[in-house]
Ligand binder design. Structure first.
Ligand code: ZN
Length: 146
């Protein structure tokens, strides 16, 4: 049976902790490299880099709703860029390199990309963007709004 409340229930699931071997089976090689090993896809190659449809970008690892298409903008940096994330679905941590801010899925700890602030970028409406979430396409799965 399918009801419209399914999405809301999904949000309340506890954090996902799978052993590495299970992630390897569940994900494609590219997704595994990026989500679990924190690698970065080549700029300009990602499926969602120039993707501007209406809907929700979910975590490719666990399906957590991460970004709404209304926050997506064209940063010309080669990766999907968002000005904000949905609720508390994305967590921020100091990157291992000691200076960048890493962003991860709050539910499965999958690596998404990095956040940059104060770059003076503007969105399509000319509004200054405070934060640029620079996200790997491989970390995302788009769900089109019907
Ligand atoms: Zn996730």
């Amino acid at each position: 049976m399918s009801t419209s409340s399914n999405n809301k229930q999904e949000q309340k699931l506890p954090p996902i902790n799978l052993p590495d071997s299970e992630w390897k089976e569940k994900l494609t090689n590219e997704q595994y490299r990026i989500l679990r090993k924190k690698e970065t896809e080549f700029p300009g190659t990602g499926e969602y880099n120039k993707h501007f449809e209406t809907g929700t970008y979910k975590c490719a690892g666990c399906g957590n709703d991460l970004y709404d298409s209304t926050s997506k903008f064209d940063s010309h940096c080669g990766w999907p860029a968002f000005s904000s994330s949905l609720g508390t679905s994305v967590k921020h941590e100091k990157d291992a390199d000691g200076y960048r801010e890493e962003i991860l899925c709050a539910k499965c700890d999958g690596h998404l990309g990095h956040v940059f602030e104060g770059e003076g970028l503007r969105d399509a409406n000319g509004k200054i963007i405070q934060q640029r979430h620079c996200v790997n396409s491989a970390s995302l799965k788009f769900a089109k709004k019907n």
